[in-house]
Design a protein around this ligand. Structure first.
Ligand code: SAH
Ligand code: SF4
Length: 410
């Protein structure tokens, strides 16, 4: 059974503290320390105080997780009012929270308009596992790329998310999971890193993160900042469909783990499945991977490979995959295809996936098969899509029928 809570009623929204806010006030969330100091200056905070104020704000925002200036107890009331006049630290509106029968959670967040634009909605997914919990974060609303097996790829790009919007997905998920339990109390204890629900993040939601490089970089540098959210860079993975010119910078300037959506080992097939391949073919992609900064056996690149029946799942494909990855510290993540209404693809037979996995395992690569999670709430890889294009009821029913028939099930 799927549990879905509709949070659109005013009463529920108020009780969750999901506040509507004036779009024109800039958010302090997502600013670097220097930008914050400058913004405080523009709001009239004297220069000699700015460093100290930035430190205080950083702590309230990222260690304590407060989303209202009134909760910042060591800042004088007058200054809090002054800050509130100029800035916001509010969370996005939580429009919907769905909990899958396997414990996966999916939120639909709504962000206020930017400039003349409209409000936008994005999906964020939390996947609890034994000993860890992974948050899958979106970087864009929609995607400019059109990978033929991906549901998000059927939605046009609406816009890039800002650093604030990327970070508040993490912060709001932490609110909802109780990872900031002391927020709002003057002396509450801070949740130790090992007690946290969200231990890992993956930039594997909607959008191509390397087409929104600057905002993603800013957000991930704040998420991994030791005086704040403190996630280790080894526990942050950025997945790209293969934007070759930005791959080196990802390692050099952000320093997180890299995942590549490979999905095919020959250019002709990859051109069809992952069309960015026409621009940056396999040879260039593999070359960029070899040069990824900090690569070692302890820091491997993850190659994602979606298993599509009779398309890319033969033993010849597995052989070619092993040949292609030679010399690159790699692990291979096999993803059973997750169906969506309107797709012509089917998931490979389970036996085929196992044979494929065995072959690459014997060649010395770890090749875990990614267990599909949250399929019943369309939270699995490639199933995300935002409200503007959310499924019509008839499509939902069609999907349920597909699941029941075992169509595409691994
Ligand atoms: N745009 C980036 C980040 C998204 S990551 C990228 O493509 O890498 C989401 C992962 O799920 C990607 O590897 C994507 O190729 C894969 N995916 C997309 N649609 C899928 C589907 N229907 N079933 C399984 N995996 C899918
Ligand atoms: Fe975009 Fe990634 Fe989907 Fe391709 S797989 S359409 S790059 S989100």
């Amino acid at each position: 059974m799927t549990l879905s809570i509709d949070l659109t009623s005013a009463q529920t929204r108020a009780s969750l503290g999901a506040s509507a806010r004036l779009p024109e006030k800039p958010s302090l969330v997502g600013m670097s320390r220097d930008e914050m100091a400058e913004a405080l200056g523009e709001a009239g905070v004297p220069e000699r105080q700015r460093r100290m104020r930035v430190q205080q704000l950083w702590h309230w925002l990222y260690v304590r997780g407060v989303s209202d200036f009134s909760q910042m107890f060591n800042i004088s009331k007058d200054l809090r009012v002054q800050l509130d006049r100029h800035f916001t630290v509010a969370r996005p509106e939580v429009v919907e929270e769905q909990i899958s029968n396997d414990g996966t959670r999916k939120w639909l967040f709504r962000f206020p308009p930017r400039g003349a634009g409209r409000p936008v909605e994005v999906e964020t997914v939390y996947i609890p596992e034994e000993g860890r919990g992974t948050l899958c974060i979106s970087s864009q609303v929609g995607c400019t790329l059109t990978c033929s097996f991906c549901h998000t790829g059927t939605q046009k790009l609406v816009r890039n998310l800002t650093a604030e919007e990327i970070l508040t997905q993490l912060m709001t998920a932490r609110d909802r999971l109780g990872d900031f339990p002391d927020a709002g109390t003057p002396d509450g204890a801070i949740v130790p890193a090992e007690g946290r629900k969200i231990t890992n993040i993956v930039m594997m939601g909607m959008g191509e993160p390397l087409y929104n490089f600057e905002a993603v970089k800013k957000a991930l540098l704040i998420a991994s900042d030791g005086d704040g959210l403190s996630l280790s860079k080894r526990r942050i993975t950025l997945s790209t469909s293969g934007v070759v010119p930005e791959i080196f910078r990802t390692g050099d300037e952000i320093g997180v783990m890299l995942a590549i959506s490979l999905h095919a080992v020959r250019d002709d097939l990859r051109d069809m499945l992952v069309p960015i391949n026409k621009k940056y073919p396999l040879e260039q992609l593999m070359d960029a991977c070899r040069k990824y900064p900090g690569l070692s056996n302890a820091r491997r690149i993850t190659f994602e490979y979606v298993m599509l029946r009779d398309v890319n799942d033969s033993i010849d494909d597995a052989k070619e995959l092993v040949r292609l990855l030679r010399g690159i510290p790699a692990k291979i993540n096999l993803i059973p295809f997750n169906p969506w209404p309107g797709t012509n693809y089917q998931c490979s037979e389970w036996e085929t996936i196992e044979k494929f996995a065995d072959y690459i395992n014997q060649a010395g690569y770890a090749s875990p098969i990614r267990t599909p999670r949250g399929r019943d709430i369309l939270a699995a890889c490639g199933q995300l899509k935002s409200e503007s294009e959310r499924m019509r009821k008839s499509d939902r029913l069609a999907l349920e029928a597909m699941m029941i028939a075992g169509h595409g099930e691994a």
